[in-house]
Write a protein that binds this ligand. Structure first.
Ligand SMILES: [Fe+2]
Length: 346
C-alpha cells in the first residue's frame, strides 16, 4: 500500500524525450514522453484497445500512437483517432497523470485528489548556481530490489556508516554520539553533531583536514519518502555545530526512492555540494566513490529484503539509533491510514 496523494519522482528530466519511456511506478505501468513543445506527459502504459504498452509506440507532435492498431492518444489520455473509423468508441481513453519538472526531476502525481505543488520538497540548492549537483548513479534511478521503506530507514540511521562505509565516510567516531529526533507535520529530522572528531577518509581527502574536525549529520525525511541528507565537516570551532553549515565540506544528498512495487524501488538521488564546486576531480569522486557507497547500502538492503520475504513475521528488536526511523514509520502509517480512510469514506 502506498501513499498516493503526493508527488513521486518518475524520471530524471533528461530521461524523458521523444522516445517513450515505460516505467512501473506504485505498481502501475506508466509511459513518459515529451511533446514537440518540450512538455513532459505521463499516461497509463496500456492501450485501452488491446492492452499493448503504449511505450512501444511513437510520439507524433503532442500525441502518442499505439504500435499495434495505431490508436492515437492526446496528452490528457483521450483517444483522438482510431484508424479506419470516425467514431470514437465510448471509454476510449487512458489515464493521464499530472507532472511537474523541478530540480532536474520529473515528478508525478498518482493520487485521486487534485495535485498540490506545496507538497514538493523545497530543495532549492539543487539547481542554485552557488551549489554543484552531481546526479547519482550517472543520472539514472538506481534500481533496488528492496522496498523504498528500507531505503528511508537506511538514510535516517547514519550510524551504519561505521560498519558499511569504512573506507569512505565511516569511522568509529559516529556511534559515540547519540542522535536527536524531531518531528514536524510531515517531516522527521535526525540530528547528530560530532565535535572534535577524526575525519573519515573521504572528508580528510576532500577537505584537506590535517587534524580533528567538527562533523554533522542532519537527515530530514519528508512524507511520502523524500530524504535529504545534510552532512559535512569543518575545522574545529568554526560554528558549524551551532548551525553555520555552509562551510567546510558541506553537501546534501537528496533522495527520492520511488516504489516500483512493494519490493522494488527506483532510487533517485543526487549530490549537491558547496565546496570545490569547480573541481572536475571532486565531481568524479561523487560519481564513482559515492556510487560505490550506494552499492554498499544496496547489497545490505537487498539482503534484508530477501530475509523479510522469507520470514515476514519474524520479530525484530529496536535499538536507540532506530528512533528517527521508527518516528517516521509511525508518521507514514498514520498518513496511510488517513488517506485510505478518506478514500473509503469517499
Ligand atoms: Fe549508507
Amino acid at each position: 500500500m502506498f501513499l498516493r496523494n503526493c508527488w513521486y519522482v518518475a524520471a530524471w528530466s533528461h530521461e524523458v524525450g521523444q522516445e517513450p519511456l515505460g516505467r512501473t511506478l506504485l505498481n502501475e505501468p506508466v509511459v513518459l514522453y515529451r511533446t514537440e513543445d518540450g512538455d513532459p506527459v505521463a499516461l497509463e502504459d496500456r492501450c485501452c484497445h488491446r492492452g499493448l504498452p503504449l511505450s512501444l509506440g511513437t510520439v507524433e507532435g503532442r500525441r502518442l500512437r499505439c504500435a499495434y492498431h495505431g490508436l492515437l492518444f492526446d496528452r490528457d489520455g483521450a483517444c483522438a483517432e482510431v484508424p479506419g473509423q470516425s467514431r470514437m468508441p465510448p471509454g476510449s481513453a487512458v489515464r493521464s497523470y499530472p507532472l511537474v519538472e523541478r530540480a532536474g526531476w520529473v515528478w508525478i502525481w498518482m493520487g485521486e485528489e487534485a495535485p498540490d505543488e506545496s507538497l514538493l520538497p523545497d530543495w532549492w540548492w539543487m539547481d542554485h548556481p552557488d551549489w554543484k549537483t552531481v546526479p547519482g548513479n550517472n543520472g539514472k534511478p538506481l534500481h533496488s530490489r528492496c522496498s523504498h521503506r528500507l531505503i528511508v530507514d537506511n538514510l535516517l540511521d547514519l550510524s551504519h556508516l561505521t560498519f558499511v562505509h569504512t573506507d569512505t565516510i565511516g569511522n568509529d567516531e559516529i556511534t559515540r554520539f547519540p542522535c536527536r529526533t524531531e518531528r514536524e507535520a510531515r517531516l522527521v529530522r535526525m540530528e547528530r553533531l560530532m565535535p572534535a572528531v577524526e575525519p573519515p577518509p573521504f572528508y580528510k581527502a576532500a577537505g584537506g583536514f590535517a587534524g580533528k574536525v567538527d562533523r554533522w549529520q542532519i537527515v530530514e525525511a519528508i512524507l511520502p519518502c523524500y530524504v535529504d541528507v545534510d552532512v559535512g565537516c569543518t575545522e574545529v570551532g568554526r560554528g558549524a555545530l551551532d548551525g553555520d553549515r555552509v562551510q567546510g565540506t558541506a553537501f546534501h544528498v537528496p533522495n527520492c526512492p520511488t516504489p516500483e512495487t512493494g519490493r522494488t524501488t527506483h532510487h533517485f538521488y543526487a549530490h549537491t555540494r558547496l565546496f570545490r564546486t569547480d573541481s572536475a576531480e571532486m565531481d568524479e569522486v561523487f560519481r564513482t566513490d559515492f556510487l560505490r557507497v550506494f552499492h554498499e547500502d544496496l547489497e545490505i538492503m537487498e539482503a534484508q529484503q530477501r530475509v523479510f520475504d522469507s520470514r515476514p513475521d519474524a520479530p525484530l528488536v529496536d535499538i536507540n539509533v532506530d528512533a528517527p526511523a521508527l518516528t517516521f514509520k509511525r508518521m507514514h502509517e498514520d498518513a496511510l491510514e488517513a488517506e485510505t480512510g478518506a478514500r473509503t469514506a469517499a
